[in-house]
Ligand binder design. Structure first.
Ligand SMILES: *Cc1c(COP(=O)(O)O)cnc(C)c1O
Length: 347
C-alpha cells in the first residue's frame, strides 16, 4: 500500500521537532519551554476538573469558558477566538481552510520550519522571502498572491520583531490572509492584535512558552468572528480536551503570576545577552524567551556537540539560504550560570 500514500506525502521529509530527551539530568535550553512552573491556580483548577463526570463526557467543542476569559484579558471579541491543540493545530487549520492543493504558501526566511511541512502535507508550493539585514521585510513584497502568508513575530530563530511599518506594508501589499504567528509575543513590547480588524490578519498564540504549559498542548487563534466561523468548520470537533481547556483558562486568568514570570525571564535574557557578548558571540537583541547567537569562531556545530556532551542541550540551526548559529532558551538564573560556565571552559 506504500504506493497508495499520496505522492506529496511520500516525497516530504516531515518536520523535525527539537530533541526531547527522556532521561532526567539534561539542562534543556533547546525548545523554548518556560523554566518556571505554571501558575499554582492551574493545578487547583485541573484537580477540581478531574471528576468522573467531567472525564466521562466530551469537552465543550468551542471552549466557550476559555474564550470568554481570553477575550476579557486580551480585549478582543470572544467569538473571534478559535481554540487549538497547541498553536500548531491552528496553523494546520488555517492551511486547510485557505490553501488549495497546488496553491502557494509564503514565509520569510530563516524562520519556523513547520510552515514548509504544512505546505508539503497540503500538496502546495512553498516560497520563502529572505529577511533584510535588519530583520525587516523587503519592499516590494514579491508574492502578493499567496493563498497564505505566515509571518512569525517575534521570529524564530532570530528572536526579532519586525520594524514598525514593515508589517503594515506587507498587509497592504498582499491580497490574501496573513497569519501573524505570535508564539513569542508575550515577551515582546508590542503585538499585532490591533491588525485583526483589517480583516486580513489572523493572530496565533500559544500556552507552551510564556504560560509554561508546553506539555498540555493548547493554543488559539484570533480573527474577525465571521472568519473564525469558517475556520471552525475544518477543525476536529473536540480538538481540545477538558483538562487543557481548564488549565488554559486558569493560566490566562492569573495575569499577576504571568507578569512575574515574564519579568524574571526578561531580566535573565538581558544578562545572558551581555555575558554571551563577552564570550565573543554576536547576539541579536531579543524580543522572545530565547537568544540567537553566532560566535566569531563560527564553530556552532562543535559548540552544540560539546555542550550536549556536558548535559546542556541548545538548538543548533542551519539554514541552506542563511547559515548557522545557536538558539538558546532563557532558563532560570542558575541554569544560565551553568551554561555560561561550561561555555567559558569550551571557548
Ligand atoms: C513554539 C512555536 C509554536 C508552537 O507552539 P505550540 O502551541 O506548542 O504548538 C508556533 N510557532 C512558533 C514560531 C513557535 O516557536
Amino acid at each position: 500500500m506504500l504506493s497508495r500514500v499520496r505522492e506529496n506525502v511520500r516525497a516530504m521529509a516531515g518536520y523535525t521537532p527539537g530533541e526531547q530527551p527522556r532521561t532526567g539530568d539534561v539542562l534543556k535550553l533547546n525548545t523554548n519551554e518556560n523554566p518556571y512552573p505554571p501558575s499554582p491556580t492551574v493545578f487547583e483548577a485541573v484537580r477540581a476538573a478531574l471528576t468522573p463526570e467531567r472525564l466521562r463526557k466530551y469537552p465543550d467543542p468551542m471552549g466557550q469558558a476559555f474564550r470568554e476569559s481570553a477575550g476579557r484579558v486580551l480585549g478582543v471579541d470572544p467569538d473571534g477566538i478559535l481554540i487549538g491543540n497547541g498553536s500548531d493545530d491552528i496553523l494546520t487549520i488555517l492551511t486547510r481552510a485557505f490553501v488549495p492543493e497546488g496553491g502557494l504558501i509564503v514565509s520569510p526566511t530563516p524562520s519556523y520550519t513547520l510552515y514548509r511541512t504544512l505546505a508539503d502535507i497540503q500538496g502546495c508550493r512553498f516560497e520563502t522571502v529572505p529577511f533584510t539585514e535588519e530583520w525587516g521585510l523587503p519592499d516590494p513584497w514579491p508574492f502578493p498572491d499567496a493563498h497564505l502568508t505566515f509571518v512569525p513575530n517575534p521570529n524564530s530563530p532570530s528572536s526579532t520583531v519586525l520594524p514598525p511599518g514593515d508589517l503594515q506594508r506587507l498587509i497592504d501589499s498582499v491580497n490574501g490572509p496573513v497569519v501573524l504567528d505570535e508564539a513569542y509575543a508575550d515577551f515582546a513590547s508590542e503585538n499585532g492584535l490591533a491588525l485583526i480588524k483589517t480583516g486580513k490578519v489572523i493572530v496565533t498564540r500559544t500556552f507552551s512558552k510564556a504560560y509554561s504549559l508546553a506539555g498540555l498542548r493548547f493554543g488559539y487563534g484570533i480573527a474577525l468572528p465571521e472568519l473564525t466561523s469558517e475556520l471552525v468548520k475544518v477543525k476536529d470537533s473536540y480538538n481540545c480536551d477538558v483538562i487543557a481547556l481548564t488549565a488554559a483558562r486558569a493560566a490566562i486568568e492569573d495575569q499577576a503570576y504571568f507578569a512575574e514570570v515574564r519579568a524574571k525571564i526578561l531580566r535573565t535574557r538581558d544578562r545572558l545577552t551581555g555575558e554571551l557578548h563577552h564570550l565573543g558571540f554576536e547576539v541579536t537583541p531579543s524580543s522572545a524567551n530565547f537568544v540567537w547567537c553566532r560566535h566569531v569562531s563560527g564553530r556552532h556545530r562543535a559548540l552544540y556537540e560539546s555542550l550536549k556532551e556536558r548535559g546542556i542541550l541548545v538548538r543548533y540551526m542551519k539554514y541552506p539560504d542563511y547559515g548557522d548559529g545557536l538558539r538558546i532558551t532563557v532558563g532560570t538564573e542558575t541554569e544560565i550560570d551553568r551554561l555560561l560556565e561550561v561555555l567559558q571552559s569550551l571557548l
